[in-house]
Structures are given as C-alpha cells and as structure tokens.
Design a protein around this ligand. Structure first.
Ligand code: MCA
Ligand code: AMP
Length: 503
C-alpha cells in the first residue's frame, strides 16, 4: 500500500457517499466530503512547505474540521501532535519547544499568546470550535484531491505526550502500524461493521477518543454521532440512534445517576466500552441491573494503544480487563528483577506486540528504561492473571492519579508547590471521588516559621497548570509520613485524607 495507515482507514472511502459523522448541529458529513476537506488541508500544509516527518501541533476544540487535520497529516506523512485543550500556555511552551512542530494550529482567541511560545520557523494557523479560522479559510483555496504520500509501517503517525513520574513529559512516538494493527484487532474483536453508529463524546486529543474510537469506526466504514464533549442530556437524546458508546468510567456513573437513563433507552444498543481508568465492579453491576448490558472493559496506554479486553461473546468479568489482545504478548514480572512470575502472582504488567510504540521522542535513555531490548514495554501497572486467564490491574507502581480519565502526575504539581515561598515540602495524592474516580489533594508542610494560605498557594500555581490538574484541596500538615528509607508514604496520606474529607 502506498500509505500504510491512511489507505485502509480513509483512502478506500474516497468515493464513499455514506455518512462518516453527524456533527453537533445535525449536519451529516459523508466520507467523501470529509476526505475532500482533509485533502484541502493536506494541500495547504504542502503549500506551506511541510515535509514528511514534520510535526503538526494541534490545540483546538473538538469539531469535524479538527478531526480532518488528523486525516490531512496522515495524507502528507506528517506527525500529528494533539494537545489537551486544557493546557495553559506555560504547559504548551514545553511541548512546542520539545517537538519543534512545523505547523501549530490553535484557537484564534489564543493565537497571540501562543505565537509568543512557538519556536522560530513554525507557522501558526487557527481553528475555532465551529471550524472557522485561517486553517479552513486558506484550505478552501486548495484542491480537494491529493495523492497521499508514501508511508511505510514504521513511519510516525503521531506523537502523544504523556507525563513522566520524575518531571518532564515524554512524547510517545506512534507509527502507522502501531495504530493500524490495533484498529484492525479491535474492530474485529468488538465486531464492528458499517452498520455501527458510535456515540463519540470523548476528546480527540488522546488515544481513547482519537485512535480507538475514530480508527475503529473508519476501518469498519461505520458512522459517528460526533459530540463536542460529554453532555448528559445530549447523550440521552442521541442514544436511541447509536449502537456503540465508548467512554471513561465517569460517563457510566453519570449516566447511572440520571433517572432518564433507562433499560428501554438502550435496549437496542450493541456495545458499551469502558477504559482509561478503573471501572468499579459496583458500577459494572449497577449498569447491568439497570440496563441488562454488561460494559466491556478494556485496558490500554498511550505508549501501547490497547493491550487487553474483555471478550465480546464470553463473560465480561467485573473488576478485570479481560485477556491480552490477539497478537499482544503480555506477562507479569517481578518489578525488582524483571523475571516472569507465574499466574496468580501480582507483578508488573509488561506487553509486546505491533501495538507497542517506537520510543520516546528524543529521549533514548527514557526509552531504554521502559522498553526492553526484547520488545517488552514496562507499563508501570501492577496486575495479576487469574486461573481463568482474566487479567486485573491491582495497583500502579508509577505515581499517577487518574481523574475522569485524565492522567495527572503528582510530581508536576509538587514541583510547583515546593517552589513557592512558605512551602517546606509537599506531596500530592489522589483520593476516591464519586464523579471523577480520583480527586487531587495536596499536602503542604510549611517552611519553618511560615503559615502559607492554601487558597493563595492554589492561586499561584493556577496559571501554570491545566484546570483538571488543580488540587481540589490543599491541606497544611506538620510533616509527611515517611518509611524507614525516607520515602513519602503516599498510601498513608491517601488513607488519612480519604477518611477526613475536606471541611
Ligand atoms: C473536567 N474537569 C476535571 C476533569 N474534567 N477535573 C478533573 N478531572 C477531569 N477529568 C474540571 C472542569 O474544568 C470543571 O472545572 C470541573 O472539573 C467540572 O467539570 P465538568 O463540567 O463536570 O466536566 P466535564 O466537562 O463534563 O468533563 C468531565 C469528563 C471529561 C467528561 C469526564 O474529563 C472527559 O471527557 N474525560 C475523558 C478523558 C479521556 O478521554 N481520557 C482518555 C485518555 P471548573 O468547575 O473550574 O470549570 S487515553 C488513555 O487514558 C488510555 C490510552 C486509554 O486506555 O484509553
Ligand atoms: P495514559 O498514560 O493516558 O495512556 O494512561 C494509561 C494508564 O491508564 C494505564 O497505564 C493504566 O494505569 C490506566 N488504565 C487504562 N485503562 C484502564 C483500565 N481499564 N483499568 C484501569 N486502569 C486503566
């Protein structure tokens, strides 16, 4: 094939007049129209001088046009760098200087601010939540046909930044084949067909909403009801016209909290998928007793795409993430020695397969630490395989909080707090939260003689951190609990804070 990922996902639909997605305003966009739009954008990128392998950083609201940027990048062999719309300009500065994108696409309202942190030589284009801006204006002048650039399996399709436990974010390099192999496996396993209608309410700057949801839809010739975000009323309204919903656990707890979410409303649905964060067994069971459907929970990571899934036809077991995907080697190892452990033992989950990324962008040492020469990736998740072969995640060795499906690395917040006057040291933990699964709480030990005001501390770090990372509470403590090695015992803090909610 000429373009390893674009052709099977999109290229073969070039003259398909069937709907690819229905936008929020009810407008249907056919595959053919979507591909025409992406061709115009691809021609624009080429006119601007973008060459295969160049990066395109995108921080824009979810819209059909924003999705077309992905297809346009694939067409040209450009590397997409999607960025959370919540990131502040301070956060963006790092990503942009690290990835050195040739093109940066942002909201017109932020263009002036972002232009100040864009590396020299990058072009800035704009796109607003309604698909308007210099990107679509300039693309409208271009032809709506384009010959996709030749790309092989190992050519890069995207770089997605994932934060590091020790500070700097790392750009996970995902190849055409990483994405294609996973899309094929999932579409097959979850029995997608062109008759499917996916209710798409996830953001499109992460693996879940962009690759799992969109690639599986496109490779199957299916259709999406494309919501700009998760709005409960809109979901309830559109469920009758959908066959599949993919979401993070918060989607499901919010649906269950609404009396309008009834068995009748979803009787026709084929599949509910959950991932990105642990789905409580209790949610799984409540969902089944309310709707008669068993949520299919699966497990993935930015670096590896999807690794494991509960079965489509067999038993979907609550509290487990099912079996390794076909083609994925998965093993449990001793976190200290790396030696494989027998089934039943708890250890590090390691995975190997065509889904596993190519390494971290310009970070060979970090890559070598996490990706073994044998091809196994050390996930940082602790798991166990039971006698029936079902895998469960029982904890995380990495210091990570998952809130509403977004990853938050405590270190990033601690570094900011520790730098403030009046702060001796800090520790950030996640405590159980009914809506988001986990909520961020910071413990601050005042510097000797100081009495910092928690509200003021929050105010000081606010401009530097995306809203979803803001601590929901900052609590002053006399000291941090430590073990005999001097390491902060976050589990102790977590227990203390979970038992004493904010007052
Ligand atoms: C919004 N807020 C949050 C979050 N989302 N705070 C913490 N954690 C969050 N996830 C903030 C808002 O800014 C707002 O602040 C306040 O919390 C309440 O917001 P609300 O309106 O309730 O939120 P929402 O807009 O309805 O969003 C909640 C959400 C959203 C729908 C759960 O966070 C979401 O779409 N999450 C999905 C994330 C995702 O796609 N993850 C996949 C990663 P204020 O009150 O100040 O305005 S990919 C991945 O993990 C791997 C590969 C995998 O396996 O999939
Ligand atoms: P990310 O770095 O955003 O790709 O997040 C990946 C992490 O999300 C994994 O390493 C897991 O810790 C977590 N995760 C994803 N799916 C699940 C799941 N079904 N259950 C528990 N944790 C999950």
């Amino acid at each position: 094939m000429a373009n390893h990922l674009f052709d099977p996902l999109f290229g073969r639909h070039a003259s398909n007049t069937a709907a690819f997605l229905t936008a929020d305003d009810g407008t249907a966009l056919s595959y053919r129209a979507f591909l025409g739009l992406s061709a115009r954008m691809a021609n624009l990128f080429t006119t601007l001088g973008a060459k295969k392998g160049d990066r395109v950083a995108v921080q824009v609201s979810k819209s059909p046009e924003a999705l077309a940027v992905y297809a346009a990048c694939l067409r040209c062999g450009l590397v997409l760098l999607p960025l959370n719309t919540g990131y502040t300009t301070a956060e963006l500065e790092y990503f942009l200087s690290d990835a050195e994108p040739f093109i940066v696409i942002c909201d017109p309202a932020k263009a002036t601010e972002i232009a100040m942190v864009v590396p020299g030589g990058s072009r800035v284009l704009t796109l607003d939540s309604r698909g308007r801006g210099s990107l679509t204006e300039d693309a409208a002048e271009e032809e709506d046909i384009q010959t996709p650039v030749v790309c092989g399996p190992d050519d890069l399709a995207a770089i997605l930044y994932t934060s590091g436990t020790t500070g700097r974010s790392k750009g996970a390099m995902l190849s055409h084949d990483n994405l294609l192999s996973n899309a094929r496996t999932l579409a097959d396993l979850w029995r997608f067909s062109e008759n499917d209608v996916l209710l798409h309410a996830l953001p499109i700057f992460h693996t879940h909403g962009l690759f799992v949801a969109v690639n599986v839809t496109a490779i199957s010739g299916a259709r999406m009801l494309f919501h700009p975000g998760f709005k409960l009323e809109r979901i309830l309204m559109d469920l009758p016209g959908a066959t599949v919903l993919m979401g993070v656990p918060t989607f499901y707890t919010r649906l269950l909290d609404d009396p309008g979410f009834t068995r009748e409303r979803v009787a026709h649905m084929r599949l509910f998928v959950s991932g990105s964060a642990p789905l409580l067994a209790e949610t799984h069971e409540r969902f089944e007793s309310r709707t008669g459907h068993r949520i299919l929970e699966r497990y993935g990571m930015t670096e590896t795409n999807m690794n494991a899934s509960n079965p489509y036809a067999g038993e979907r077991r609550a509290g487990t993430i099912g079996f390794p995907l076909p083609g994925v080697d998965l093993r449990i190892t001793d976190p200290e020695t790396g030696r494989p452990l027998p089934d039943g033992d708890v250890g590090m989950i390691e995975v190997r397969g065509p889904n596993v990324f190519k390494g971290y962008w310009r970070m060979p040492e970090k890559t070598a630490e996490e990706l073994r020469d044998s091809g196994f990736f050390i996930t940082g998740d602790l798991g166990r395989i039971d006698a029936d072969g079902y895998l469960s995640i029982v904890g995380r060795q990495k210091d990570l909080i998952i809130s509403g499906g977004y990853n938050i690395y405590p270190k990033e917040i601690e570094v900011l707090l520790d730098a403030l006057p009046g702060v001796g040291e800090s520790a950030v933990v996640g405590i159980p939260d009914a809506d988001f699964g986990e909520a961020v709480i910071a413990a601050v030990v005042p510097a000797p003689g100081a009495r910092p005001d928690p509200a003021e501390l929050l105010e000081r770090i606010r401009p530097k951190l995306a809203r979803f990372k803001h601590p929901r509470d900052i609590r002053l403590v006399e000291e941090l609990p430590r073990n005999t090695m001097g390491k902060v015992q976050k589990n102790v803090l977590r227990d203390q804070f979970s038992n004493a909610p904010a007052g």
